[in-house]
Design a protein around this ligand. Sequence first.
Ligand code: CMC
Length: 383
Amino acid sequence: MADTHEVQFSRGLEGVIAAETKIGFVDGVEGRLVYRGFDIGTLVEQSNFEEVSYLLLYGNLPNKKQYSDYVSKLKRYQVLQKDELDLITKIAHEAHPMSALRTVVSYIGAKDSRTVEPDSEVQEELGVEIIAKIPTIVSAINRAHEGEKPLGPDNDLSYSSNFFYGSLGRKPSTIEAKMLDAALILHADHGMNASTFSGMLTISTLSDMYSTITAAIATLKGPLHGGANERALALIQKVGTPDNAEKVIGGMIERKEKIMGFGHRVYKVYDPRARILKQFAEQVTKAHGKENLFAAANKIEEVMISKLGSKGIFPNVDFYSGLMYYSIGFNPEIFTPIFAVSRASGWVARSLEYVRDNRLFRPKALYIGEKGPRKYVPINERD
Ligand code: CMC
């Protein structure tokens, strides 16, 4: 019997619409990113990360009581147990920070008996718990990676400033605090990207939220998803000064090399996140005596747009973010875990939304192998 659900073959599911969402919209033509109807520029200017996290999860900006309840919950859950910190200390010296993050989130979930057949209320609670703990885990991983002891959360600080303090061991300046909060807002959700899809796929089997986020972290680890900002920073450092940009970038384009931090599958115009981050990058590089790197980055952008802008290639979110994080003192290996701190809210929101109207993901592969039947030859008779 003909399968009435047969759809066209699409490699990597490109262009396939597999879910409905009210959470976020990436408009690649107009260059807009919208969370629950709000332009991200408006949220960066007027809101903060805690509000945006709540907005992604619950659909509306919180009123005062909802806000203070949500912030209290985040503060209550952000603390890690001694065995969790010990595990971080044990593995973070040698493990890649993303492997360490994946392992620690999975470990915390393994200890939690609520992860056995959780109902939707429990899934939501676990999600908020993970959003609260991820910055503490990444901060402790960063410290352990540098051979330092973890710093306890400071309850007077906001979500992003606490993450800054826990990671770098000092409180942020006003501009640093605003910059990191903006970066977390801008990375919190971005359509059905690979890690978000991975989380949705996992929860669609009715697995628990810790497994869902562990899968999402594992997917974010790959260089085709997280990680381009580390390479973009390396390129900016290699170019070093504006004078070198034309020669280095021109040569790379001639050799058909990909320039990290440019181009996007959805945006064929300037990535709206990059536009905002560029302004912060200019300010923080100035504050930390790294104006030369900003000038080099700006010139790389100019060269790229003059040569490839007509092809729809512009800076993406990764071009200026690494430069910003590096300027304030983050080690490049921690850039992708910072992405995870932010994206955890999007992962939780999208997986909860999906599982509330669940349909097990089960695509098919087009079989292009031998149809057979082949004759079975016993092992001692084979060539
Ligand atoms: N540098 C040089 N040429 C490029 C670049 C680039 N960064 N991006 C695309 N092109 C060229 C590509 O060589 C191809 O040229 P031609 O038509 O002559 O063969 C054309 O543009 C189309 O390329 P594509 O790879 O088919 O385009 P895509 O839309 O599928 O690729 C991309 C999107 C992000 C994979 C690609 O632009 C890329 O590899 N960029 C560098 C890595 C990067 O910055 N990744 C982070 C993406 S943003 C992450 C996020 O949103 O979370």
